[in-house]
Design a protein around this ligand. Structure first.
Ligand code: SAM
Length: 280
């Protein structure tokens, strides 16, 4: 079966060559941060992510369908929506999908989407619950997991402070499991954040191994800024100084700290538990 979208926009192209320029362009988006930055595009694999992207209204440029997807009703329905938005449908071989994604068993669908990052001015404290603020997060798996956890707990979004890993790297996108398309992302410099945070009307809580307060003690009345430190060096001194409170998750045993994504998850569920309690 071939893709049979009825819409006028977009188009359908069959590709089996690895050296096709569109395939090379998509592969460049998987492998090179510079290519993602220059084009403002990124790659997300799988049917669920394609469905999430369409539901959340993200811009789409290409949707590559392997042979299996061209026999799958759900995939064909998503492809029809993608085509209606003016994107190009690529009917490709499994070998081409494996080549793009550098996987032996690629997903049946691979999409190319437009990046969406907001400025700090887009954050509205009046409607905010909790914004997760990440100081120079380095690991794409941690970032993706935090975006997914933030989505699960109903957080308002993620603020990336300073020089961070790319949220649109394929490893980060994979780890979000589709939550990337539902969680607003903001990017800013450290000095911009510190300046902007002066007008924040709610608690600004940092997590720190030298924190003196147990993380279950503060009042997390909405809207909260939860500030998490870098994997290697923790929270910068400037960011630690700008927080109202520095809290610590008590540990036993010999581990000197928790993994960043794990610590963020513990914090987020505690903040939400407390917010729901306060709302009663
Ligand atoms: N060597 C780093 C340090 O000295 O802070 C360890 C950083 S830790 C891997 C990454 C981040 O996770 C920390 O900056 C903090 O935000 C959070 N974190 C990890 N364990 C924590 C704990 N027990 N209490 C509070 N925050 C913690």
């Amino acid at each position: 079966m071939s893709f049979q979208g009825k819409e006028r926009q977009g188009g359908v192209k069959q590709i089996s060559s690895h050296s096709n320029p569109i395939i090379k362009e998509i592969k460049g988006l998987v492998t090179q941060r510079k290519h993602r930055r220059d084009s403002g595009l990124f790659v997300a694999e799988g049917l669920k992510l394609a469905s999430d992207a369409m539901d959340a209204g993200w811009g789409v440029r290409y949707l590559a369908l392997g042979p299996e997807a061209r026999e799958n009703q759900v995939a064909l329905e998503i492809a029809a929506k993608v085509k209606a938005r003016g994107a190009l449908i690529l009917e490709v071989t499994t070998a081409v999908l494996a080549n793009i994604t550098r996987r032996d068993n690629p997903q049946m669908v691979v999409g190319v989407y437009e990046q969406n990052v907001l400025p700090l001015s887009a954050v509205d404290p009046a409607t905010a619950k909790t914004w997760i603020c990440l100081d120079r997060v380095r690991d794409p798996g941690n970032l993706g997991t935090i975006i997914r956890t933030g989505d699960a707990v109903g957080a308002s979004g993620v603020i990336l402070i300073g020089d961070t890993t790319d949220p649109f790297a394929v490893e980060a996108v994979r780890a979000t499991m589709g939550s990337l398309f539902h969680m607003p992302l903001v990017r800013c410099r450290e000095d911009e954040f510190i300046d902007w945070r002066q007008k924040w009307p709610g608690p600004v809580v940092g997590t720190h191994l030298r924190g003196t307060m147990d993380y279950r003690e503060p009042s997390y009345d909405e809207p909260v800024l939860l500030v998490m430190g870098n994997e290697q060096s923790g929270l910068s001194d400037n960011l630690a100084d700008t927080c109202n409170t520095l809290v610590k998750i008590p540990q036993e045993g010999q581990a000197d700290s928790l993994n960043l994504a794990v610590a963020t998850a513990i914090m987020l569920f505690e903040v939400r538990r407390e917010q729901l309690q306060l709302a009663k």
